[in-house]
Every structure is written in structure tokens, then in C-alpha cells.
Design a protein around this ligand. Structure first.
Ligand SMILES: [Zn+2]
Length: 249
């Protein structure tokens, strides 16, 4: 498994509280343990995510933000940002793109973990949530090229070039992270989302992780896009884009 790489900083951008725990929390926890600064950005607070009619959108959002913060804390995440778009109504608008550029320029991540904008359905039994696709599109659009272009939204701060984009929940991964030492953190983090999942999910997560790692080790899988090669220093950007980030790994 290709698991030696540890970024200095990473930002996971997801649609709903619990998306990160299902997808990449083991990797985030592993990177955090090894010194990376980890930021979560949640586009919605999952304010439609309840079958209980006694909830309002406000009360369920409050619960789910609390659950998300608890999950992040378990994994050693440094900060959680909520953009508070409405659950179930996310579109890849210019407004969302700009909000994500703001997040990227504020936190200057070396790596962004994104949702897959191309995943419409998977296998014979799963249609992807439209918010996931919309967030995936807006994330990639914000990274390349907008966040790196100094003339675009100068009011949002200096341009920032993300070096790598790791797409989670992909059907054709090319990179696997061994999460042997953070699998139980991932499980505990997911179980913080009590409004969404029950304890029975713990074993399913362990089984899925082992399946993802082909039975060799529990793993999380990604497709990685290298916008900068790992041996390419910041000051030799060939594309003339602003190179304002602090020194990468
Ligand atoms: Zn989701």
C-alpha cells in the first residue's frame, strides 16, 4: 500500500455531517497523528436529515453540528467549518465556489480531500446523493484554477495553490491508505453521529475497511490528482500561477 505520504495540512470538504466519517476519517486521523493540520469543511449541517417530525431544520442542524464536532475531535481535527447551505438543495453555484475559495485561501491546505463529482450511481443498488456531486464539482472548480488565481476574488486573500486533490468514494481508486492504527478512531467518530447511525454500523465500517484493503489491512481508497508533483518546489510553478503557500512536504 502506498501510505507513506503525510501532508503538512489537509482539508476535507464534504456535503453532510458523517460523509467524512464514512469516507476518509481514518486517513485524516492518521495524518493528524503524524503532525498534519486537518480542517473539515461541511457545506450543509444536514438540516434535512431526520425522519422525526418533531425536529425543525434548526434543531436538527444544531444536533448534527455538535455530532460532527465530537467526531472531528476524536480524530484530532484542528477546526471544523460549517457553510450552512440547506441539506438536499446544494448546487455547484458561483456562490458555493466562492465560499470554498474563501476556505481554501484561509486555511491554505496542501491537500484537499474532495467528493467525487462524476459519481452518479454505483453498482446496481446505489444512486449518489445530488449534494455529494454538487459539492464535488464546486470543490474542484474552487481549487483549479480559481483559488490559485490572484485576480479572482482578491478580497478573499492571497491566491493559494493546492498541491494534491484526493477524491474519496470513487469506483476506480488508485491510492490506498492503511488505517490499521486509526480504524477504531474512525468507528468511534462515526458513532458520534447518533442521529444518523446506530452501534451496528461499527462492524460494518470495520468490514468495509478490510474489504477496501483487499483483506490485507483496513484501508481507505482514493483517486489522487497531482496538481504539483511531490518533488516540485513552490517557487518553480511552471504555470505561472501564484505560489503563495507555505513550504509543502
Ligand atoms: Zn452525505
Amino acid at each position: 500500500m502506498r501510505d507513506e505520504f503525510i501532508p503538512t495540512s489537509a482539508m476535507a470538504i464534504a456535503a453532510h455531517p458523517d460523509d467524512i466519517e464514512f469516507g476518509c476519517a481514518g486517513t485524516c486521523a492518521k495524518w493528524a497523528k503524524r503532525g498534519a493540520r486537518i480542517i473539515y469543511v461541511l457545506v450543509t449541517s444536514g438540516n434535512g436529515g431526520s425522519h422525526d417530525a418533531t425536529h425543525t431544520r434548526e434543531t436538527i442542524a444544531e444536533i448534527r453540528e455538535r455530532e460532527q464536532r465530537a467526531a472531528a475531535e476524536i480524530c484530532g481535527v484542528h477546526e471544523v467549518e460549517f457553510l450552512r447551505y440547506n441539506d438536499g438543495e446544494v448546487m455547484p453555484t458561483l456562490e458555493l465556489r466562492k465560499d470554498l475559495v474563501r476556505m481554501i485561501r484561509k486555511h491554505k491546505p496542501e491537500v484537499v480531500i474532495a467528493m467525487d463529482p462524476t459519481r452518479m450511481y454505483s453498482g446496481k443498488e446505489y444512486i449518489n446523493h445530488p449534494d455529494h456531486r454538487a459539492v464535488g464539482i464546486a470543490t474542484l472548480d474552487a481549487i483549479a484554477p480559481i483559488a490559485a488565481m490572484p485576480l479572482m476574488y482578491p478580497e478573499l486573500g492571497p491566491a493559494h495553490s493546492v498541491r494534491e486533490v484526493w477524491i474519496q468514494w470513487v469506483d476506480d481508486p488508485d491510492t490506498w491508505v492503511d488505517i490499521s492504527d486509526t480504524l477504531e478512531l474512525k468507528v468511534r467518530a462515526l458513532l458520534q453521529h447518533k442521529s444518523q447511525v446506530g452501534d451496528e454500523m461499527a462492524q460494518r465500517i470495520r468490514d468495509w475497511a478490510l474489504q477496501e484493503g483487499k483483506g490485507l489491512a483496513p484501508a481507505e481508497a482514493f483517486k489522487v490528482i497531482f496538481l504539483k508533483q511531490r518533488d516540485q518546489p513552490e517557487d518553480k510553478a511552471p504555470d505561472g500561477q501564484a505560489a503563495t503557500m507555505t513550504q509543502g512536504a
